[in-house]
Design a protein around this ligand. Sequence first.
Ligand code: C5P
Length: 415
Amino acid sequence: MLANRRILLIIGGGIAAYKSLELIRLLRGAGAAVVPVLTRAGEQFVTPLSVAALAGTPLHRDLFDLTTEAEMGHIQLSRAADLVVVAPCTADMMAKMAGGHADDLASTLLMATDKRVLIAPAMNVRMWQHPATRRNLATLADDGVLTVGPDHGDMACGEHGPGRMAEPRAIMDAIAGALGAGIDAATLGESGAAPVEGPLAGRHVLVTSGPTHEPIDPVRYIANRSSGAQGAAIAAALRDLGARVSFVTGPATVPPPAGVQVVAVQTAREMLAAVKAALPADAAVFCAAVADWRVANEAGQKLKKDGAGLPVLEFAENPDILATIAAHENRPALVVGFAAETNDVIAHATAKRARKGCDWILANDVSPGTGIMGGAENAVHLVTADGVEDWPRLPKEQVAQRLAARIAARLGSGA
Ligand code: C5P
């Protein structure tokens, strides 16, 4: 899948930079060409020689490098790549990217590129949780920058929490996903990355993920802040248990995992059509944050400030994809929905399970202050016909692994 793809890899200044050496090795092993850029701070953690030797190509270090400028120039360097990856991406680099700075080679390349950018943040837990980093992350997500990680765990500084750079294999996964989604969203599954063994081998599972975009006119739309992180993690966990996964995703900021069949959609109605087209399935997990309403009087041309007064938007209700599939003649044996609530979480989720006709609901409290919406962790309650299970607060990847294991157990038991 990565054969002949060109990755511009910017290595920032963090202790995790040593993992980027392994990333270079993995990328080259997968057939990709790696063009490395090492920041001044990055040079404090890994040597230019080891980076260049592993990449098998000269290293780029200086903004005003006369040889490079004469031969190629930083503009071309940034555009000749298929994808720009920043790993590790420090808090400072995120701030520079969010602010549009261009005062060294790395930041200039990031400003000049016309390609997708994927960052693997790595920093101390407090720095990751700092409001400035949260703001920068939101800005970068709005700019279309993709993110992988950070992981949760012990940090080099002795603290514990989110902030560790994602493992090189997870970054590879995200790179493959970003490139696949960028080329042809419908054919990512061709990588052959999906294992054929595991408790879900031979099973087909459908996952919806991400937000939907509902057009107002040809250039404007209504959206929500879903990152698609939980949906992508669930698809990856199902794939890891051997399932064939159809991943129907709205415009998310987290890239789809490799080795799943990606169908990229924009609107709720497109999502419903893609979900129906993917049936039959053994199980379906509806993780998408689908817009409840769409604009009924969508304009065929861009709305203008023409002095005729303010435009008036009329709304129509979108189809409920989960409820539609739960009542469908081709209903998967197991239908799982989500309920994001801000109060009376269990009561609302229990009612929603009945109303939508699904088997399980994963309910979570998304009140401001929980840090769950857009964050790396989730605290869920699994609501089934048998009652309610409270799961501990866990990284979204672990919530996904638990859910995938439960799905495997349920499908395996035939219950
Ligand atoms: O009604 P509410 O939006 O809270 O329901 C959430 C659940 O329903 C999620 O599983 C979501 O993916 C699904 N849903 C859907 N289609 C909609 C609205 C929600 O599939 N139009």
